[in-house]
Write a protein that binds this ligand. Structure first.
Ligand SMILES: Nc1ncnc2c1ncn2[C@@H]1O[C@H](COP(=O)(O)OP(=O)(O)O)[C@@H](O)[C@H]1O
Ligand SMILES: [Mg+2]
Length: 262
């Protein structure tokens, strides 16, 4: 990747918190303003691939072959129906990759090295992680400039976050000393729920400016869109969820500009 490519990993070891929804819609929003964007799906579930309309039969080369060191990023990249947005899809084969590369010295750096070998054709790379702190997520953290953490507005949010932040410290101490935190985005927010408001306040009190101003509302359009193989931003641009992801994208860009200027 060229100097100007920014690699953002979407991670949280909990499932169902909005990682994939955030990856797809943030990437689409960035593509919509003219950035060239690549999503890398490293979750064996392949929800980002499915949500962008990539059929299983069309995933001939995937992140699995990249982690094995058998394919390059460009060989695995598929153009999506969204202009400026490509994806490296995943398949269930990824379930076995940890065993297959366990003894390789560079096992944590396979994705990073593949992305490095690519020229600077992408402005942003967004990596969608599985719900676990396994070797796939470590590859994504080793490759990243920064992490974006979706946090569901629920009671145990902060507990899960502190576990994740410990892992980030370990990653900084070992495989990626420059790993930053782009930010924390509160997801599935329901303003009628007192607990949700309490959780948002608590997370802001603990994490301060790391938490984006934008909060992603609970919005059924966001959950319907993947079954049409479309980002919500294409499925229903006007819905509250799409609008929130557009706002999130502008905060992300603003932070990237600030970190470049620093
Ligand atoms: N803001 C939201 N409002 C309503 N449903 C959502 C929202 N964000 C995600 N979902 C739905 O919740 C489920 C889990 O979200 P997903 O993005 O797949 O989480 P993860 O990738 O962390 O497992 C999916 O069915 C998704 O469509
Ligand atoms: Mg997911």
């Amino acid at each position: 990747m060229g100097q100007s490519t920014r690699i953002i990993t979407i991670a949280n070891q909990k499932g169902g918190v909005g990682k994939t929804t955030t990856a797809i819609n943030l990437a689409t929003a960035l593509a919509a303003i003219g950035e060239s964007v690549l999503i890398v799906d490293v979750d064996p579930q392949g929800n980002a691939s499915t949500g962008l309309g990539i059929e299983r039969d069309d995933r001939e080369v995937s992140s699995y072959e990249i982690l094995l060191g058998e394919a390059s990023i460009s060989e695995a990249t598929i153009q999506t129906a969204v202009p400026n947005l490509s994806i490296v899809p995943s398949t269930m084969d990824l379930l076995g990759v940890e065993m297959e590369i366990a003894s390789a010295a560079d096992r944590v750096f396979r994705l990073k090295n593949a992305l490095r070998a690519q020229d600077g054709q992408f402005g942003y790379v967004i990596i969608d992680c599985p719900p676990s702190l396994n070797l796939l997520t470590l590859n994504a953290m080793a490759a990243a400039d920064s992490l974006l953490v979706p946090l569901q507005c629920e009671f145990f949010a902060l507990e899960g976050l502190s576990q994740l932040l410990k892992t980030v410290e370990q990653v900084r101490g070992s495989v990626n000393k420059n790993l930053g935190i782009q930010g924390i985005v509160m997801t599935m927010y329901d303003g009628r729920n007192n607990l949700a408001n309490q959780v948002v306040d608590d997370v802001r009190a603990h994490m301060g400016a790391k938490v984006y101003k934008t909060v992603i509302p609970r919005n059924v359009r966001l959950s319907e869109a993947p079954s049409y193989g479309k980002p919500a931003i294409l499925y229903d641009l006007a819905c509250s969820g799409s609008q929130a992801y557009l706002n999130l994208a502008s905060e992300v860009i603003q932070r990237e500009r600030q970190s470049k200027a620093a």
